[in-house]
Design a protein around this ligand. Structure first.
Ligand SMILES: [Fe+2]
Ligand SMILES: [Fe+2]
Length: 299
């Protein structure tokens, strides 16, 4: 590394954490979304309370109805009212959908090849996480999609809020003679990982702890405290997308597999092996295509 960054790593870490604190004050969710969060997080709330607050915002109403009617959920009957959507989706699902859509709107989604590829990667990992969960026989919940979608939000933050630091990292990553992995460079240049930043951000927005934890440990699922299986699903989804080249940087180093996932994998599917990975890799394009209209709603 050529020392373009003069600040010692510890100082850069502190600078990033200070920027994160300041950004959290700006990156606030609209009041209607905060109200939805409040209602969906309280045990005493009723369907009609949630319906009223959603209906007070026409754009939110349209989004909820489009989501409820998407092939992703595959409900046989058309969902034509907000009350019906709340009943069939449930409070937790509405909370996850509304939160992730709103959070994504807080960041720039266009502007450079890197950012566009990062969004493409995030959406692909969202679909892949759900696919992996289904392959492992898990009950499908919205959190699989949401966790996959937001797993790299720390990179989006670094790109947008720490451009001078992140530009050095990207330049180094793309240089011919770079021998470091992305993660090593992130540690050397930023002194903090995108997973840690992502976890802090999601925590500040009030995401459920299992999602925050899975994002925080998506590269080391063995350390996840809340839902290891969920974290393993994101980890595998990330690897699948990396092998397929659906990555922001066309990394020349594939993501390392965390060996700690094996116990979790075998406890769910005793003979999980190469064939499973090949099957998942083959299915991924089809799944991305199948869920393209649902995915577009999060763009
Ligand atoms: Fe990541
Ligand atoms: Fe990723």
């Amino acid at each position: 590394m050529d020392g373009e960054i003069n600040r010692p790593m510890e100082e850069t870490r502190k600078h990033i954490l200070d920027t994160l604190d300041k950004a959290q004050e700006i990156l606030t969710l609209p009041s209607v979304i905060q109200k939805v969060l409040e209602i969906t997080s309280s045990r005493n709330s009723s369907v009609s309370e949630l319906k009223d607050i959603i209906e007070s915002d026409p754009a939110l109403t349209t989004r909820i109805l489009s989501v409820a009617n998407s092939a992703y959920y595959g409900f046989v009957r058309k969902v034509s009212t907000v009350s019906h959507a709340v009943v069939v989706l449930g409070f937790e699902e509405i909370k996850n959908i509304v939160l992730s859509m709103s959070v994504l709107r807080l960041f720039d989604r266009k502007g450079s090849v890197f950012v566009e590829n990062l969004w493409r990667h995030s959406l692909a990992v969202a679909v892949a996480t759900r696919m992996v969960a289904s392959h492992l026989g898990l009950k499908l919940e919205g959190k699989y999609f949401v966790g996959g979608l937001l797993h790299d939000i720390g990179k989006i933050f670094l790109y947008q809020y720490m451009p001078e630091v992140y530009r050095v990292l990207l330049k180094e990553m793309l240089s011919q003679d770079n021998n470091y992995t992305y993660h090593r460079l992130e540690a050397l240049i930023c002194g903090i990982s995108h997973e840690e930043i992502g976890g802090r951000l999601l925590n500040s927005w009030g995401f459920p702890i299992d999602i925050t934890d899975a994002v925080k440990y998506h590269h080391r699922p063995g350390l996840a405290l809340k839902d290891k299986v969920f974290t393993v699903c994101i980890h595998i989804a990330d690897i699948l997308c990396s092998i397929k080249g659906i990555t922001p940087l066309k990394d020349h180093f594939f993501l390392p597999v965390d060996r700690d996932i094996l116990d979790v994998l075998y406890s769910l599917k005793e003979n999980f092996a190469t064939d499973d990975m090949i099957h998942l890799l083959e299915r991924l394009d089809l799944e991305i295509e199948r869920h393209s209209s649902f995915v577009t709603m999060f763009r």
